[in-house]
Design a protein around this ligand. Structure first.
Ligand code: SME
Length: 164
């Protein structure tokens, strides 16, 4: 997607999501809504979902797309890399990423963004896969990081878990 088109698309999505999250205080509702809107409005998103830390394991939460790995092998793959470094990871070609975990063989590129709670603790990651190689860039990283700040204000759900 051309950079201007991508910017405009994300800007509209952000505005829509900012309105939608005001309709509830539920972290779960916010996360599910973010996944649904992103997955259906961004053409290249083939798998869109959250993995969250549960008892030391990155475990799948809500997602859209084909069946996902339920739990990710520890300290392996792109999601664990983003979680451990607390940084967004963009992978142009997943087949070249050492230890990449292929939940679906059709995925060719990936972006993973750490998700922070209101105390700044990383509680999991947003993971997006594309069938296209090189689908994600700094524009995706910037907007997806911004969209994740809409989650909240927090409840007694996962956002109060301790980092493992
Ligand atoms: N590819 C990810 C695993 C999750 S799936 O893409 C849904 C990884 O290497 O961590």
């Amino acid at each position: 997607m051309h950079i201007n088109k991508k910017e405009a698309r994300y800007s509209r999505i952000y505005t829509q999501l900012a309105g939608l999250v005001q309709k509830s205080n539920s972290v779960t509702a916010h996360m599910a809504t973010i996944i649904a809107v992103l997955h259906h409005k961004m053409d290249s998103f083939f798998w869109t979902g959250f993995y969250v830390m549960e008892n030391g394991e990155l475990t799948v939460l809500m997602y859209q797309g084909p069946l996902a790995c339920q739990v990710l092998e520890k300290n392996k793959g792109v999601c664990w890399a983003a979680y451990a470094t607390k940084q967004t990871v963009i992978v142009e070609d997943v087949h070249l990423f050492p230890g990449h975990i292929a939940c679906n063989s059709k995925s060719n590129s990936e972006i993973v963004i750490p998700v922070k709670n209101r105390q700044g603790t990383i509680i999991g990651v947003l993971d997006v896969d594309s069938k296209e190689k090189g689908a994600f860039d700094e524009t995706d990283a910037r907007w997806l990081e911004k969209i994740l700040t809409l989650i909240g204000p927090g409840s007694n759900f996962i956002f109060q878990d301790e980092e493992q």
